[in-house]
Design a protein around this ligand. Structure first.
Ligand code: FE
Length: 362
């Protein structure tokens, strides 16, 4: 019982120390610009340096990180948050609107590259921090964090040894038991792309048809909602990204905490291809007015302290190797991840959409 209390306290204390550390990185120069992160695009007349970030990330910790960057460098960070598809459209229309695009999955990074709104970046530091399978081969985009698409199973009703692979989700015994969001969601699209990459489109379609037959309901909601379906005994297995379990377990809503506690995680495909991994990633826009500042910000986001914070505050896995991860992620243990180049996953997005359409995955 005491251990149960100490573990979250340690996490909170560690997070507090890191936030203090981020704060201490900030200069004490009273004339330096205060944080302007957020939706505000109003320029500060005292500011000469800035970087404009168009981001699909919507996490509070990003604001803290941008604020610390501003204080450390004097470069103002202007942030516009929206869905990646919308941001890509905006950048396509007004080419010099943004310096940086940040997405929460690889499919949109590949889409941005194909729309010719990114530019190649050569940085020895970035190349030394991001493993080659998590960056574009033309250096158009780079991973910032990793998230695994895994199986959250009911601790009450499922024996985790009964399901080892994504393909097992198609077994008849799971009829009416699988909760997952819609095929319009890019996390699912990239998962399907990985299934295609590891077999072929025909086999992926056969799998998808059987999986659709096992759905507990028509796909709807976000990943957290799927876990709540399991907690409410309306499904036994939910397909989710890892960090959503961290968000549930650390929610201020007691029902969400209970939903999180009711499930365990299975990292699939441990005896073959490894668990499917996706990235939140970043690229410099082709007509970026502040390219040097953009590169400086990317390098900052790949620093040890920020990489550790992505894990401690948002339960994501660092993209940089050998960065300490938070207690919760440590508790999930080590596992094999799919080593396929994320670029290939992005390129198979259209093939994945075709499979969804033919399989009737709404
Ligand atoms: Fe997400």
């Amino acid at each position: 019982m005491l251990l149960n209390i100490i573990a979250p306290m340690k996490t909170i204390y560690g997070l507090f120390c890191m936030l203090v550390f981020l704060g201490s990185c900030a200069g004490t120069d009273k004339d330096s610009n205060s944080s302007k992160s957020g939706e505000d695009h109003t320029s500060n007349p005292e500011t000469t340096e800035s970087v404009t970030v168009y981001s699909h990330r919507h996490y509070d910790i990003d604001k803290e990180i941008f604020s610390a960057f501003e204080k450390e460098t004097g470069i103002q960070v202007l942030v516009k948050e929206d869905k990646a598809s919308k941001l890509i459209e905006l950048i396509s229309q007004k080419k010099d609107a943004a310096d940086i695009l940040i997405t929460v999955d690889v499919a949109r990074l590949n889409q941005a590259k194909n729309k010719n709104i990114l530019q190649p970046i050569q940085s020895d530091y970035i190349n030394s921090r991001v493993p080659s399978n998590f960056m574009d081969s033309d250096y158009m985009w780079f991973g910032l964090t990793k998230r695994y698409r895994v199986l959250a199973y009911s601790k009450e009703r499922v024996n985790p040894v009964d399901i080892k692979n994504y393909t097992d989700l198609a077994q008849p015994k799971w009829k009416g038991k699988i909760a997952v969001r819609s095929s319009g969601n890019t996390y699912n699209q990239s998962l399907m792309a990985s299934v295609i990459a590891n077999s072929d489109q025909t086999k992926a379609e056969t799998w998808a048809k059987s999986l659709v037959a096992n759905f507990s309901r028509s796909p709807k909601g976000n990943d957290r909602d799927q876990v709540k379906e399991v907690a409410a005994d309306r499904a036994d297995i939910a397909i989710i990204n890892t960090y959503y379990l961290g968000k549930l377990l650390n929610s201020e809503n007691e029902q969400e905490v209970e939903a999180g506690k009711s499930v365990g995680l299975i990292f699939p495909n441990q005896e073959n291809s490894g668990a499917h991994v996706n990235i939140s990633g970043i690229g410099v826009c082709k007509y970026a007015p502040n390219k040097d500042n953009a590169i400086q910000l990317i390098e900052y986001l790949l620093s040890d302290k920020v990489q550790e914070l992505y894990s401690a505050a948002n339960y994501e896995y660092p993209i940089v190797k050998d960065i300490p991860i938070c207690d919760l992620l440590q508790s999930w243990g080590s596992f094999r991840e799919d080593t396929i180049a994320l670029e290939e996953i992005g390129q198979l997005n259209t093939a994945a959409l075709e499979v969804f359409a033919r399989a009737g995955w709404e």
